[in-house]
Design a protein around this ligand. Structure first.
Ligand code: XMP
Length: 325
């Protein structure tokens, strides 16, 4: 029978046998898969592991700082912080199409990853948080005909793009490849990941960039980050974080008329989206309490400059998607 403890021991043995005294690179996203992977590898091979976090500037308020604090200070797993906010933003100037945004962000991610792995390397292995469902449809790897080993030709980041150049192809370490998502969560708990990572809502790789409809600008990012913070802060205060599959804010690029004091305002609307789901494939809009929604609305309009209206999305999936882009 499968127990997490037995799995943990066995994979630590396997990782050590495979890696020997070589170096391993891991791209940390802050999600549960890559975080679990980092904890597991760190336990198996310690400082032979190098974790890298690329800050694209599209994370939620305080998240990059929190991630660094958890890994570096609390658990002493060293993470190289790569600040790349400006270069990602530059790539999005004038871009309105959602798929074009994803393409450009994914492409830039690979460029940064490449540069940084050359700077920090060389590395023999790349650790990937491949899960069992990914193995079944693995078009992002080649199998070396001589050794039978899987070799990365793409990196499986949270962006599903990105060919690696010929001279930068790593052998893979994929200790989670036999696991389903719920088993990863179980392993995460056993290995001591804090609940805030284990229970974290799914968050798209392109992050807030696809929650700003239309062009992404520094100013819009600030507005959305603050509005999104209010949503999450109120939901936590109401102790409802775990009741939702995802709960977030979306910024619309239009303006609507409002009134504040005796002043007419003309500012952005924010959409609040809360859904319940089992796997993200289908979803129901959540019947969030009116009082919670009111608290969110009042705070966003009062605290977030540039927003004068809050609307709630009451569309399920299908026909809506969870995200707006
Ligand atoms: P949709 O919007 O298609 O989303 O109903 C389903 C789930 O996938 C997430 N999502 C993404 N995740 N990169 C990701 O890593 C993406 O480009 C992306 N788009 C959507 C979404 O948050 C939801 O959990």
């Amino acid at each position: 029978t499968w127990t997490t403890e037995a799995f943990l021991e066995e994979s630590i043995r396997e990782i050590r046998a495979k890696v020997g005294d070589k170096r391993v690179l891991l791209a940390l996203s802050g999600g549960v898969d890559s975080s679990t992977l980092a904890f597991l590898l760190h336990r198996a091979i310690g400082d032979q592991l190098t974790c890298m976090f690329i800050d694209q500037g599209f994370m939620r308020k305080g998240e990059p700082e929190r991630l660094m604090e958890i890994f570096n200070e609390r658990f002493h797993i060293k993470v190289e912080y790569v600040s790349a906010r400006d270069r990602f933003l530059e790539k999005l100037v004038g871009v309105l199409d959602p798929e074009e945004k994803r393409r450009r962000i994914g492409h830039e991610f690979i460029r940064v990853f490449e540069e940084e792995s050359r700077r920090l390397g060389p590395f023999d292995y790349l650790a990937q948080g491949t899960l069992y469902p990914d193995v079944i449809e693995s078009a992002d790897t080649n199998v070396d005909p001589q050794t039978g080993e899987r070799v990365a030709v793409k990196i499986k980041s949270h962006h599903n793009v990105g060919g690696l150049p010929e001279d930068l192809q790593f052998k893979l370490v994929e200790p989670l490849r036999k696991l389903f998502k719920d088993e990863v969560r179980q392993l995460a708990r056993t290995i001591g990941l804090p609940p805030e990572i284990v229970r974290r809502h799914p968050f798209p790789g392109p992050g807030l960039a696809i929650r700003i409809i239309g062009e992404v600008t520094a100013e819009r990012l600030n507005i959305l980050r603050d509005a999104d913070f209010v949503v999450r802060d109120e939901i936590r205060k109401w102790d409802m974080y775990n009741d939702f599959w995802q709960a977030f804010a979306v910024l619309l690029p239009i303006h609507s008329v409002g009134v504040m004091g005796d002043q007419r305002t003309y500012a952005h609307p924010v959409v609040v989206r809360c859904v319940s789901s089992e796997d993200g494939m289908t979803a129901d809009w959540s019947r969030a309490p009116y009082d919670l929604l009111e608290a969110i609305s009042n705070r966003i309009v009062n605290e977030v400059k540039g927003v004068n209206r809050v609307v709630y999305d009451i569309t399920s999936k299908p026909p809506g998607t969870i995200e707006w882009e």
